[in-house]
Ligand binder design. Structure first.
Ligand code: F6R
Length: 253
């Protein structure tokens, strides 16, 4: 594990267990201070190990989600209600069904709302005040949530098109590549930056270029995750492969 003196706090893990453990520590620290903490949840492969570790800690009575209110970052549009690949279903399987959230404590944008602009505004209203801790992954093209390159760095919850690059990356979660939805409802970068603390989890060599552009390149709409440089309390937990292109991190061990 190595740490940087300034900017985002970078923690480079030796293996998946260490990655999950470091990320879970950040989550526990982020939730500790608030009496009714607000937790922002990302979905996806990068955060699966973190959620498994949070479940383990819950089973050992080290963490409770009983007072936590959780908010999904984003949701696909166009999947039938209850579809197993809808983020609402995925997050249930990855975390929610295995810990002690109160009924109704985990919410997301409603993809079946008849008026999606109104639904976006309603959800953005629920996010007002921001998360105590927001968990994020990063796309290979530098996206965070479904804020694809070109997204405003101050944007709010809205309906977006999913880029072809991201649809291809997400095809691994679906039976057929053509099944990946073309649109989503997503928190904006402005919504995300309101969090008191941000945790970005990045795994695998395929994320190395995006992570380096996000943390060491210019802040630019071309790399949505570069907006993290605008925030004072960011922890980045990466494995060695994802950290391999960072100038400040040539030899993490
Ligand atoms: C998911 C989300 C996405 C993912 C990103 C990385 O809620 O907001 O931005 O975090 O696409 O996905 P994985 O971790 O599957 O590589």
């Amino acid at each position: 594990m190595s740490e940087r003196p300034e900017g985002p706090r970078l923690l480079v893990a030796r293996d998946g267990d260490e990655l999950a453990s470091l990320a879970a520590d950040v989550v526990q620290d982020g939730l500790r201070e608030a009496p009714a903490p607000r937790l922002g949840l990302a979905t996806g492969g990068s955060v699966a190990g973190l959620y498994r570790e949070l479940i383990r800690r819950h089973q050992r009575d080290e963490i409770s989600f009983g007072a936590v209110q959780a908010f999904l970052l984003d949701e696909y549009l166009g999947l039938p209600a209850g579809h197993p690949k809808a983020y609402r279903s995925v997050i249930r399987r990855l975390l929610v069904d295995h810990v002690d959230f109160a009924p109704g404590a985990v919410v997301g944008p409603d993809p079946s709302a008849p008026d999606l602009a109104a639904e976006s505004a309603r959800y953005e209203g629920m996010l007002a005040g921001g998360m105590d801790l927001q968990i994020l992954g990063i796309g290979r093209n530098g996206h965070i949530a479904f804020n694809e390159p070109g997204s405003s760095l101050t944007g709010t919850t809205r309906v977006v098109s999913i880029s072809e690059a991201t649809r291809r990356d997400n095809a691994r979660f679906f039976d057929h590549p053509g099944d990946v939805p073309r649109r989503a409802i997503t928190q904006g970068i402005g919504s995300i930056l309101r969090a008191r603390r941000l945790l970005l989890v990045a795994t695998g060599e395929s994320k190395a270029a995006a992570l380096s552009a996000a943390l060491e390149g210019p802040v630019s709409v071309a790399v949505p995750a570069s907006a993290l440089q605008l925030h004072d309390h960011v922890a980045v937990v990466a494995d060695r492969a994802a950290a391999s292109a960072l100038r400040g991190c040539r030899h993490p061990h």
